[in-house]
Design a protein around this ligand. Structure first.
Ligand SMILES: [Zn+2]
Length: 213
């Protein structure tokens, strides 16, 4: 599996495209695009690499991770794959926008058409993405693990040297620490961590140096 990172919007959200090299099937993860230039960068990458978009996956339904959801849905004809445990967020987008003093023209409610839960697997060609439930930053936060390629997309659960905030609606600190400890730090140490914000890391680095763990 190949992975490409894009950094978008005023929150500096990492949007990822992951794809299987032989089948060219792709997933767009956390589309954070807020303007035409940001959308064009995604489209150019898809076209330039002859990819076919099979999934739109949200690691969780905070507004900064889904600004570009409707664009991807319309452009590529895919629905949202995410945990329905985040329905409390996906059905209250204008409330989230107000909380961050944002104006947004996206719908107040986005429908999760492919509900994902712990242990689910999505296929891109012959490769698999394994879904881990990692609640705590939000109730429905998930991580996407590609074991053959040795990387995990952690959303806002785990960052390089930090962890997700737990003061937003549905956040739970004890649950977040438990998710990270039991679901992420148990992965092979050389697994590369691709977080929802900031630079990448490894499980070994976080186990040794993350001051929050
Ligand atoms: Zn978040």
């Amino acid at each position: 599996m190949q992975i490409q990172k894009f950094e978008y919007n005023l929150f500096g959200v990492n949007t990822y495209i992951i794809f299987d090299k032989s089948s060219r099937e792709a997933a767009i993860v956390d589309p954070g695009m807020v303007n035409a230039d940001e959308c064009k960068a995604i489209d150019d990458f898809i076209i330039g690499n002859s990819l076919s978009v099979k999934y739109l996956i949200n690691t969780h339904m905070h507004i900064d991770h889904l600004f570009g959801d409707e664009y991807v849905m319309q452009k590529y004809g895919v629905g949202i794959a995410a945990s329905t445990d985040d329905a409390i967020l996906s059905t209250r987008i204008s409330e989230q926008a107000r909380m961050f003093h944002l104006r947004t023209d996206i719908s107040d409610s986005l429908t999760i058409s492919t509900p994902l839960k712990d242990g689910d697997r999505l296929r891109l060609g012959k490769e698999e993405i394994e879904i881990f439930a990692v609640p705590g930053h939000s109730p429905g936060s998930i991580a996407l693990y590609c074991s053959e390629s040795g990387f995990v997309i952690t959303g806002d659960a785990l960052f390089r040297g930090s962890i997700g905030r737990t003061d937003l609606p549905g956040g739970n600190y004890a649950q977040l620490i438990s998710s990270i400890t039991n679901k992420l730090l148990t992965l092979p140490p050389l697994t590369v961590v691709y977080p929802g914000h900031g630079p990448s890391s490894t499980i070994a680095y976080e186990t040794t140096y993350n001051p929050y763990l």
